[in-house]
Design a protein around this ligand. Structure first.
Ligand SMILES: Cc1cc2nc3c(=O)[nH]c(=O)nc-3n(C[C@H](O)[C@H](O)[C@H](O)COP(=O)(O)OP(=O)(O)OC[C@H]3O[C@@H](n4cnc5c(N)ncnc54)[C@H](O)[C@@H]3O)c2cc1C
Length: 836
């Protein structure tokens, strides 16, 4: 075994070996993999081998696409048969909502470059003669996917990696990982130590044990998953004998199962309610090729629906049931990327579709490690999307929920209920009393919208479609009124959100934005450091606020911060609540080593209220003797205020495009502040508003969001950040690459569009944008703009098609709509209201 390596990968499942292969392919031959038992002896050996391309996450979709394209090539490259059966994959739809999901997904797939066909029930029958088609509305088909032999695939990766110089050590257990004074990682194994620059943890069900070696609470906990293999069926055997094509992988999503042919019989895999989290304290030291006791009772409802759909399935006996561990995260997507707080420690964990994801996950992680950045926007799988709130108990509830919801409709407005409420701001009960319907971000409860007193959906509204497991309008907690129904279309809350927007425009609204990520950056080197990392100028005048972007080394956008110099050499940074760990970890890793800058997270110490609307100044003025006039307190500045007895920082910024203030206050004083504002607000038409109203108003202002229009994949100038990015200010992170990118020419341009003829479904983001039938871009956000009375969308298109007046088409839920490029900020383009 080598004693030094550039990178050590821990774990010889398909994911670890694929990572090793891609590191070697990137030119790092000095890489080593350590596996405690045999390759594939964790979860990989018993996987059903399906390769579903279907995924609504952009990051995961890209990863899956890469894998499915790579696997046949890998066989050609290594000579190792991977058993790839490209039999296609058919997903059935029994309900309108399901069909909407498929149509939305078809748009996502098109923007990613994945082929999807829409099938009628008759076409399903032609492809799957043993499938009954009663009650089907139709289906979608991925012609390019199918299934593979996971163990053979792993061996092919291993062969390919070895051929490129990588070393694989089986029967070698990592027992400790420490950091040497020189900054390397020392990996201790039962066969000796290795020093390495980088460590990749790809340890499947062992993730939390591996994390514990370096003090990381990795947000992964496996869940049990079963599939049934039957005896051969004469009809399938006969089809094989006649040389007829193998029937594709069949998924009845509305009954939550997959089915495929297996050795003349069938393989059925349900995703059932009640599957327990497992290995709560990790697998045992001796665990190898481990399965759990089967539990067919749990699968019974799914078996019944499978028998109804494919009667032949019910005509043969069960040969074997596999019940194995499948790694999960709270949202069901894997955790691929850097570990927080540790340099050069990488995670490739939490894979529930690891056979499908392995190739793409290895590819992107290897790019990240070797080149410093992935080329795909990986926010959807970044391990730092979860925070310290994701304790083992939380994971247990959320991961079981994520498992049970693999096949439920993935509504864009879905708010899952497990492990809630967890983090609540002090004003939670007050907001609740005002009718708040909450969503979650980063573990926090946050009002999405406000229902009128006594509002509840009626029995008619609640009529449930005939499906297993899918509930699109759960009670937040047993016994509570059901107040929203999720949908891909405008749903019951649409008009209430509209009322919130219109009240903000006419009077004044109050919003709880406590989940914002907040930090203090201070010290003698603080200003110079911020100036060296951010693309915007750090204001010289105390009290001025700047919107600052942190670029990638290639000139894309990683994060966005509001920066306010609170005291000399002490800067207050605010960024997206969902990205707290991501943003703070990124900043901490960039801190200078000389101790001249201190970084202090203050998210949980500070609450935030947004007070926005034309009456906001007059309202606030009744509570403070400070001069709030425009001259004394202009737009884009901040001020220390006493509001009644509450000392706070007021920032004249907001995300809704009105005169307004963000009130950053000590969280312990939140309710005192709330009561003051609420009482004083009576005279000014104060009403609460939620995140959905905010997002709608933000689109009316063409405001960009990280993960949408701002991405590591788009140059900052492609996203139209010219006002905030100043290459002539001197050096900053990503500057030279951005300038070079501009010289090379851009492939995208940010546009705002009006969408025509919308009746009940606005764009939401990820829809294809067409010109003369050809795809020329994708939507990044969309909404109905209540203040402008139009359906709007933001998007990225080819630069030549971004001029005002350009006619385009946006495909919403399968239906093309005419869209016209309009000037940015259709609401108050001069910012007169903001500056008032
Ligand atoms: C019943 C079932 C069916 C499935 N079907 C599919 C499917 O059809 N398609 C699909 O894409 N996915 C499927 N999956 C999921 C798939 O099996 C996993 O996502 C995948 O195998 C994960 O691979 P991995 O490399 O991350 O983990 P593993 O295969 O578990 O590998 C992790 C490895 O790390 C090693 N290790 C851990 N700790 C240490 C240490 N300290 N030192 C050295 N080595 C260590 C372990 O021994 C293990 O071999 C299925 C899962 C189950 C349970």
């Amino acid at each position: 075994m080598r004693t030094h390596a550039r990178a050590v990968v821990i774990g010889g499942g398909v994911v670890g070996v694929a990572t090793l292969y891609h590191l070697a392919r990137k030119g790092w031959s000095d890489v080593v993999l350590l596996e405690r038992k045999e390759l594939t002896s964790g979860s990989t050996w018993h996987a059903a081998g399906l390769l579903p391309l279907f995924n609504l996450s952009y990051s995961v979709g890209q990863i899956h696409k890469y894998s499915v394209a790579l696997y046949p090539q890998l066989e050609a490259e290594t000579g190792q048969n991977v058993g790839f059966r490209k039999v296609s994959n058919i997903r059935l739809a029994r309900t309108k909502d399901r069909f909407d999901e498929y149509m939305y997904y078809a748009g996502v797939a098109r923007t990613i470059g994945v082929t999807v066909n829409v099938l009628t029930p008759e076409e399903v029958k032609a492809l799957w003669p043993l499938c009954e088609t009663d009650g089907l509305l139709g289906a979608i088909q991925h012609p390019d996917d199918g299934y593979i032999q996971p163990a053979d695939l792993t061996q092919a990766f291993a062969k390919g990696a070895r051929a490129l110089g990588a070393e694989i050590n089986r029967q070698t257990t990592v027992t400790a990982i420490t950091r040497t004074p020189s900054g390397e990682w020392k990996i201790t194994t039962d066969k000796g130590d290795i020093l390495a620059e980088h460590v990749v943890s790809a340890t499947g069900s062992f993730a939390r044990q591996t994390g514990a070696m370096v003090g990381l609470d990795i947000p992964v906990l496996p869940v049990q998953h079963q599939y049934i293999v039957t005896e051969p069926h004469p009809a399938v055997v006969e089809r094989r004998r006649q040389g007829l094509p193998e029937m594709g992988v069949l998924r009845e999503s509305d009954s939550s199962w997959y089915l495929r042919e297996e050795n003349g019989g069938f393989l059925l895999g349900p995703y059932e309610e009640g599957a327990p989290a497992c290995y709560l304290d990790g697998p045992s030291a001796g665990a190898e090729y481990e399965l759990f006791q089967e539990d067919l009772d749990r699968l019974a409802p799914h078996i019944e629906t499978a028998m109804a759909r494919v009667p032949a399935f019910g005509e043969v006996g069960v040969k074997k049931v596999y019940n194995g561990a499948i790694a999960y995260t709270p949202d069901g997507s894997p955790a691929i990327g850097p570990a927080w707080d540790l340099p050069n420690f990488w995670l490739n964990e939490g894979h529930s579709f690891g056979v499908t994801a392995a190739g793409g996950a290895g590819w992107q992680l290897a790019e990240w490690i070797v080149e410093g950045e992935p080329s795909i926007d990986m926010l959807g799988v970044d391990p730092r999307r979860f925070g310290p709130y994701a304790s083992r108990g939380y994971l247990r509830k959320k991961n079981e929920e994520a498992y049970a919801k693999v096949f439920t409709v993935h509504y864009p407005d879905e708010e899952r209920v497990a492990a809630r409420p967890l983090k609540t701001a002090p004003c939670y009960d007050r907001m609740k009393a005002l009718g708040a319907v909450f969503g979650t971000v980063y573990g926090w409860e946050r009002p999405n919208w406000f229902a009128p007193p006594g509002y509840a959906l009626t029995a008619d509204d609640l009529a449930k479609p005939d499906v297993l497991l899918n509930e699109n309008h759960p009670a937040p907690r047993p016994g509570e009124a059901i107040r929203e129904k999720w949908s891909f279309r405008r749903s019951n809350y649409f008009r209430f959100v509209g009322e919130e927007c219109l009240n903000v425009a006419a009077n004044v609204g109050l919003q709880d934005m406590t989940p914002f990520a907040k930090a203090l950056v201070s010290g003698p080197g603080a200003r110079a450091w911020l100036d060296s990392i951010f693309a915007n100028r750090i204001p010289k005048t105390r009290g001025r606020i700047a919107l600052c972007h942190l670029l990638t080394r290639y000139g894309g956008v990683r994060s966005e911060f509001t920066v306010f110099e609170r005291e000399p050499d002490s800067f207050y940074l605010v960024s997206a609540g969902a990205l707290e760990r991501h943003d703070h970890d990124t900043l901490r890793k960039l801190l200078p080593g000389d101790g001249s800058v201190a970084f202090q997270p203050v998210t949980e110490a500070m609450g935030v209220f947004v007070l926005a609307g034309p009456n906001s100044r007059a309202l606030l003025q009744t509570l403070t003797d400070a001069d709030l006039s425009n001259a004394a307190f202009p737009w884009l500045s901040g001020k220390r205020l006493s509001v009644g007895p509450v000392g706070l920082d007021a920032l004249r910024v907001n995300f809704v495009g009105e005169l307004g203030f963000e009130l950053h206050h000590p969280i312990a004083m939140q309710n005192a502040l709330f009561d003051l504002l609420w009482e004083a607000g009576r005279a000014f038409g104060l009403k609460p508003f939620g995140i959905r109203a905010m997002l709608s108003m933000a689109v009316e202002k063409s405001y960009r969001l990280v993960g949408r229009e701002l991405s590591i994949e788009y140059a900052a100038f492609e996203s139209g950040l010219d006002r905030f990015v100043h290459p002539n200010k001197g050096q900053f992170l990503g500057r030279d690459a951005l300038v070079a990118w501009r010289e090379k020419g851009f492939a995208n341009r940010f546009v705002t569009m009006e969408v025509h003829d919308v009746t009940d479904a606005d764009a939401r983001g990820s829809e294809p944008i067409l010109h003369k039938g050809e795809m020329v871009g994708r939507c990044t956000q969309g909404t109905y703009g209540w203040r402008v009375g139009r359906s709007l969308a933001l998007g990225m298109v080819r630069p030549a098609l971004g001029d005002i007046g350009q006619e385009l088409e946006i495909v919403i839920l399968g239906k093309p709509h005419r869209a016209t490029v309009i000037a940015e900020s259709p609401y108050d383009p001069e910012n007169a209201r903001l500056r008032a």
